[in-house]
Ligand binder design. Sequence first.
Ligand SMILES: C[S@@+](CC[C@H](N)C(=O)[O-])C[C@H]1O[C@@H](n2cnc3c(N)ncnc32)[C@H](O)[C@@H]1O
Length: 192
Amino acid sequence: MSDFMFNRSTNVVRILLKEKLQNGDAVIDCTLGNGHDALYMKELIGQEGQLYGFDVQTAAIEKTSVKLADQGYDENIKLILDSHENVDLHVKEKVDVITFNFGYLPGGDKSIVTKSESSIKALEKCFYLLKDYGIIALIFYPGHEEGKKELMEMMAYLQNIDQKKFDIHHGRFINQANNPPEYMVIQKRTRS
Ligand SMILES: C[S@@+](CC[C@H](N)C(=O)[O-])C[C@H]1O[C@@H](n2cnc3c(N)ncnc32)[C@H](O)[C@@H]1O
């Protein structure tokens, strides 16, 4: 038996990313933060795989850049200091996986948080940028009021997405205290 722990949304999402990604694939991390998700995906897609990353904070771009370099990753990486709602201005190819890890930069400025208005604009563009059967993984933090509001707003939007075009799954731990992080996974099921 492996030592996989089924106790956190991030762990569950990582299993799905591992299942989906292969050497040479292309991915976008729409919220780089400290670069953990970007490094995880780069490890899966390898030096040849193209990683695009977005964040509105210079600190996040720098931390991710250092984290990737420390592990020897220095090719096919584009880290962009811009809001993810401008993803289409920077990414000109279709990609296999896109991630959003909402909220604020841990250990950073807590006033700089993702907002559902711009996240929805970004998602609409990501729907187009995603390859057929590619996935978008979203992590939410409803443990605080702003995170709860963001989850509700994103849910209201995503519930109305055409089921003929996308399958949208919502996962949460129902017996953990204090509203732990939740996840959603969106898979593109038809050409659009
Ligand atoms: C929870 S952190 C991401 C964690 C990260 N994926 C990791 O592995 O460490 C959320 C990040 O989203 C960034 N962010 C907020 N609004 C954004 C926007 N409109 N576009 C891109 N990034 C944004 C914040 O600056 C913050 O670094």
